[in-house]
Design a protein around this ligand. Structure first.
Ligand SMILES: Cc1cc2nc3c(=O)[nH]c(=O)nc-3n(C[C@H](O)[C@H](O)[C@H](O)COP(=O)(O)OP(=O)(O)OC[C@H]3O[C@@H](n4cnc5c(N)ncnc54)[C@H](O)[C@@H]3O)c2cc1C
Length: 492
């Protein structure tokens, strides 16, 4: 396979990638010597995120421990005209934290303090580097939880979740990060520290917390977030429904929602993924099934059994081969483990895989899956599907061998066609993985030049000099998505 070129090659670089002399020493004076990484070995870790298609090594990685350190680092960068890229755990799947045009990476992984747990008001103030799952762990004794649960929740950070407005299996009923965010602390690119949102349910004025959520690091560095807590449900039932065909499974998804039922989670895996997961974890999935649905319902114990009966009836009305509830907490946990680690299992099927992330209205799921199958056949590729079916958020996994250049070209073409099909069906080019560098050109499928200009102006209100995560999100004239060559890539 030939060398690949990242899309920022040849483009204008705001600021400079060459760091001024003495800059490294100035940062070390703020965060300590151990908080500045500059050796090739250290920097190699930071050259990409979970989207490994493109790589770019920063010149320096700085690891602040507190908000005041972030502010001082950012101020030093502003004075030196240096652009920066924020980073959490690097589990992003769209190349959002690649150091493309920015020489300085500011990684918040040492900011892991939960500053306040306010059980009475059901909220937590967590620093940006706190790992998602740690928030729920910190409050579980009080039978509370932080609901947004990306499948990467044992690694990804609250700062990354805010930047990507992350979702997860349980966001069907409970919403995504923005629905659970009561405030953020943000260090602007000039070093000013802003507190947005009052940490209360209703605030006056523009919803600037909401604007920051999903801004992919282009407004500055989120240093802390105030998160809403929810009570753990009194009862939970998790169903596994087996279908002969993907069409019957997706029709069931629409049927459940049309019946006025909103499950806590409604996830689908097709035969390709079930085969991989079964080989990896041996849960007991039938590998000859066309598709399986994981349907979770929760709430007050009273009434849950009746809801379960209704869902089972809908599954059977769509020709389910079988439907059964997880027998106990252990089986439920094993089922979720299989789903959440599905992508690790895909590595058993092919040397490389590329993940797409798109959305369609959930009633169009049968159509998009049929189109994906047709695209796979036309390009002679194998594509597996595992996704948040209830949200219409698809994740086609394209299997291939990166040593075969012709296959790589077909993977790229198939990915573009899948995203175009999502848009044509009334959906979106991303559900939860963000735009990053991966989908900058595809954004043009959804937004006109005027729309993008408005977005640029919003961004400029926070970052007039364009030094926070430059070269991301916005399409560039003559962008070179056709030059990308995919490599192995993880997904949710
Ligand atoms: C196996 C796997 C499963 C996944 N499952 C899901 C899923 O179910 N749902 C989902 O939504 N995503 C999922 N993801 C994607 C990813 O985990 C999320 O996007 C996550 O929120 C990224 O967090 P992070 O800390 O790793 O951020 P990073 O990857 O470090 O950064 C992501 C983006 O956020 C910016 N950023 C990071 N920290 C900050 C900060 N403090 N301030 C400002 N900007 C910042 C970066 O510049 C970058 O643009 C999955 C990824 C993997 C590898």
């Amino acid at each position: 396979m030939g060398a690949f070129r990242a899309p920022w090659y040849g483009r204008r670089v705001p600021g400079s990638r060459v760091l001024p002399s003495g800059f490294r020493r100035a940062l070390a004076a703020i965060v300590g010597d151990e908080g500045v990484l500059a050796s090739a070995t250290d920097l190699a870790v930071y050259e990409c995120d979970g989207y490994t298609l493109e790589r770019a090594r920063p010149e320096l990685v700085v690891l602040p421990r507190r908000t005041d350190e972030v502010a001082r680092v950012v101020r030093a960068a502003a004075e030196a005209g240096v652009s920066f890229v924020p980073r959490g755990a690097g589990t992003g799947l769209s190349g959002g934290c690649l150091a493309g045009e920015a020489p300085l990476m500011i990684c918040v992984s040492r900011m892991r303090r939960i500053r306040a747990i306010d059980l009475a008001n059901r909220r937590v103030v967590a620093e940006a580097g706190v790992v998602n799952a740690a928030v729920s762990r910190a409050v579980q004794a009080a039978r509370l939880q932080y609901v947004p649960d990306p499948s990467s929740q044992n690694a990804c950070t609250i700062g990354g979740n805010v930047a990507e407005n992350s979702g997860g299996p349980h966001t069907l009923k409970y919403g995504v990060t923005t629905n659970h965010l009561l405030g953020v602390e943000l260090v602007l690119p000039d070093g000013e520290v802003l507190a947005l949102g009052d940490g209360v349910e209703e605030t006056l004025g523009y919803d600037l917390t909401g604007v920051v959520c999903g801004s992919e690091g282009t407004f500055g560095i989120v240093t802390a977030a105030t998160l809403r807590l929810e009570p753990l449900p009194e009862a939970v039932t998790t169903l596994l429904a087996i279908f002969e065909s993907v069409a019957d499974a997706t029709a069931t998804v629409s049927g459940v929602i049309a019946a006025g039922i909103v499950p806590a989670a409604l996830e689908m895996m097709d035969r390709t993924i079930v085969e991989a997961v079964e080989a990896a974890y041996g849960f007991g999935f039938p590998t000859d099934a066309g598709a399986v649905l994981i349907i979770e319902i929760d709430g007050p114990a009273a009434g849950l059994a009746a809801l379960e009966d209704r869902i089972i009836a809908i599954c059977h009305a769509h020709r389910a081969r079988s439907v059964r509830a997880a027998a106990d907490d252990a089986e439920r946990a094993a089922l979720w483990k299989s789903r959440k680690r599905a992508f690790g299992a895909v590595g058993r099927l092919s040397p490389s895989y590329a993940t797409q992330d798109g959305v369609v209205p959930r009633t169009r799921l049968p159509e998009i899956l049929a189109r994906i199958e047709a695209i796979a056949t036309r390009h002679r590729l194998r594509i597996g599907n595992v996704f948040h079916a209830g949200d219409g958020n698809i994740h086609p996994i394209i299997l291939y061998d990166e040593r075969d250049h012709d296959q790589v070209e077909r993977v790229l073409a198939a990915g573009r066609e899948i995203l175009a099909a999502c848009v044509a069906l009334g959906g979106s080019v991303t559900g939860e993985h963000g735009i990053g560098v991966e989908k900058m050109q595809e954004l043009g499928l959804m937004f006109a030049a005027d729309d993008l200009e408005v977005m640029r102006r919003v961004r400029a209100a926070f970052d007039p000099a364009g030094r926070a995560n430059p070269g991301k999100i916005f399409p560039t004239p003559g962008g070179c998505s056709e030059q990308r060559l995919p490599r192995r890539q993880a997904a949710s």
